[in-house]
Design a protein around this ligand. Structure first.
Ligand code: ADP
Ligand code: MG
Length: 334
């Protein structure tokens, strides 16, 4: 039998960190953090529940990766540098065959982003993984949701829609080729937190967030908090490779309209993308592109912030689009 304390020791205790900011890690009643002099702490939690956020039989290595990745994504969206994280875990059973790959997936990513596991809690219960991440940021430099200004450009990192495309395949809404499914599933299971871009955008971007519930809804949060509106070019949105292939294939077999709509629907309202959406003054386009190069993260300019409230969508020809798309919401989406 694997006891609670063996479980923590075997799968979550790592050798003492050489990071001077981690003064005390796992093992005491509290961990002790000492952020670098003058730095502010950025703190965020994300919880993943079996059957709600992932399939109960999800690959444990990929699940470990994703749970931490979505938390790191919040630090990225704030322009914060990762420091440490706490892990609260409810497990139906202490199963080494599940725990070993789960902790490896999580700790491999933690090492890559120099984010140390410093504590947590472990209990028996329906599989639930709750992480709290801590990051650092110089005071006044956080990329907040309430700081977009009329005239700002709207930018998106990477590509959108592939995670939602994979979900559509799992749900039998459509059928992907094996190759497209492999690409889309990787985007769904192994999102890349855009930490390097977030750091490079400090002092350049006005507002930012990570797209977890779909661009339209998430951008809506920036608009609401900043008291502004937006014009968005739906057909400039960077679609993922699998979604582009899928749309291209549909174009040959069905009407053009249908393929366009799937591409628009999944880039505008897909969810689970974990790309950054940020706004920046149009005078700083060169600096944004330099941040994209230095962080090795592609960015695309997709619209502008307006003083008039509401969101206006345009197609490739500049014609207004009327789309009834909504974002994911846990309490109003079935
Ligand atoms: P307490 O009784 O104070 O809640 P625990 O006995 O639950 O402490 O935990 C012992 C130590 O192990 C603490 O330092 C706690 O932060 C850490 N810990 C517990 N569960 C986890 C976990 N899933 N991952 C990392 N650290 C954990
Ligand atoms: Mg405890």
């Amino acid at each position: 039998m694997l006891s609670e304390f063996d479980l923590i020791q075997d799968y979550f205790v790592t050798p003492p960190s050489s990071d001077p900011r981690i003064q005390l890690g796992i093992g005491d009643d509290c961990a002790l953090l000492k952020p670098d002099a003058g730095m502010q702490l950025a703190i965020s939690s994300d919880m993943l529940v079996s059957g709600r956020h992932f399939f109960p039989d999800a690959d444990p290595y990929l699940l470990g990766h994703k749970c931490l990745a979505v938390n790191l994504s919040d630090l990225a969206a704030m322009g914060a540098k990762p420091l440490a994280f706490n892990l609260a875990l409810a497990l139906p059973e202490a199963n080494r065959g599940w725990l070993a790959p789960f902790s490896a997936g999580m700790l491999d990513l933690a090492k890559e982003y120099k984010c140390t596991l410093i504590g947590g809690d472990t209990t028996k219960g329906p599989l639930t993984i709750s992480i709290t991440v801590f990051g650092e940021i110089p005071p006044g430099q956080a990329l907040r949701r309430d700081s977009a200004k009329a005239g700002d450009d709207i930018w998106i990192s990477g590509e959108l829609g592939d995670a939602r495309l994979a979900l559509a395949h799992y749900w039998n809404e459509l059928k992907l080729s094996d190759q497209d499914f492999a690409i889309a599933a990787k985007r769904m299971h192994q999102p890349t937190p855009r930490i390097a871009l977030g750091l490079a955008l400090r002092g350049i971007a006005h507002a930012a967030l990570d797209i977890s519930d779909g661009l339209i809804g998430d951008l809506g949060h920036i608009l609401k908090r900043s008291g502004v509106g937006a014009s968005l070019h739906a057909d400039l949105l960077p679609a993922g490779a699998a979604l582009r292939n899928f749309a291209h294939h549909q174009l040959r077999t069905q009407s053009q309209d249908h393929s366009n709509n799937k591409q628009r629907e999944f880039t505008l309202a897909g969810g689970d993308d974990y790309e950054l959406c940020f706004t920046a003054p149009s005078e700083l386009r060169t600096q944004v592109l330099a941040a994209s190069i230095s962080s090795n993260t592609p960015v695309t300019r997709v619209g502008t912030i307006d003083s008039e409230s509401g969101m206006r969508l345009f197609d490739a020809a500049g014609q207004p689009l009327a789309l009834a798309l909504t974002s994911f919401d846990h309490f109003s989406t079935p």
